[in-house]
Design a protein around this ligand. Structure first.
Ligand code: HEM
Ligand code: HEM
Length: 186
């Protein structure tokens, strides 16, 4: 069983964390945009409910996202798929930007809640108290700006990433197979 990456491909740890994190991020985008949409429609209770889901899921699973980012940086990176040099650079930069985008979200999200003077309430089961004694307007604005930047990094480069994988699938370069199972051991 190959758990960690080697130069020929990803190990099970990276593969599992990649797909678990992708599913969490999709849930975060859906609940976040749903909250925004309801807020714009003037449905305050609806927005609060969607935000409750967003914050509960995010608060409960942020640690998994952090482990996903750390695991990517501490392990060996497999040799990139052969393609023209500009595309190789673009693929590498896209991966780093996605990891930075995830980090931005898991720092700015909790900061946005805490700087509002509130605790992070996770499904009404437990809560992570705010380190701020009261609302801090400056930190709150900074957190909201960083959260908006992180969200757009993830949407723009995540779309590019998925389109690139689809394009590779047509070219039969084997890139998708790399994220589905470790390389054969011989
Ligand atoms: C990859 C992870 C995340 C993604 C993709 C994400 C995405 C989003 C989106 C799309 C919105 C827009 C809602 C609006 O404009 O009204 C939003 C807002 C918000 N999110 Fe997240 N989020 C993430 C993680 C988190 C975490 C971990 C928390 C806290 C536990 C959090 C707390 C908030 C809060 C408080 C808001 C409302 C304030 C604001 O708009 O900045 N988010 N998020
Ligand atoms: C749901 C659709 C997705 C598909 C089909 C997909 C597919 C892939 C594939 C095939 C690779 C291997 C690329 C290579 O070896 O060159 C990869 C790597 C990667 N993907 Fe995705 N991905 C998806 C979603 C995401 C999302 C939502 C993120 C983060 C926001 C993400 C972040 C990354 C990163 C950072 C890498 C580089 C390897 C690593 O550091 O773990 N992917 N993806």
């Amino acid at each position: 069983m190959q758990w960690t990456n080697n130069e020929r491909g990803y190990g099970w740890l990276s593969i599992a964390l990649h797909w678990i994190a992708a599913a969490i991020i999709i849930m975060m985008l859906l609940t976040g945009f749903r909250a925004e949409q309801l807020g714009e429609a003037g449905d305050r209770a609806g927005r609060a409910a969607a935000m409750g889901w967003h914050i509960s899921i995010g608060g409960a699973l942020a640690l998994i996202l952090l482990i996903r980012v750390i695991s990517s940086y501490v392990q060996k990176r497999p040799t990139p798929i052969e393609q023209p040099r500009p595309l190789m650079l673009l693929a590498g930069a896209t991966h780093h930007l996605l990891l930075i985008g995830i980090l931005l979200q898991i720092v700015s999200g909790p900061l946005a809640v805490w700087s509002g003077g509130r605790a992070i309430n996770i499904f009404d089961l437990f809560s992570l108290p705010s380190p701020f004694a009261e609302r801090n307007g400056g930190a709150h604005e900074l957190a909201e700006t960083l959260h908006a930047i992180g969200r757009w990094i993830i949407i723009i480069f995540g779309s590019l990433h998925v389109l690139a994988v689809i394009r590779h699938a047509f070219g039969k370069t084997g890139v998708m197979r790399r994220m589905l199972a470790p390389p054969a051991s011989n």
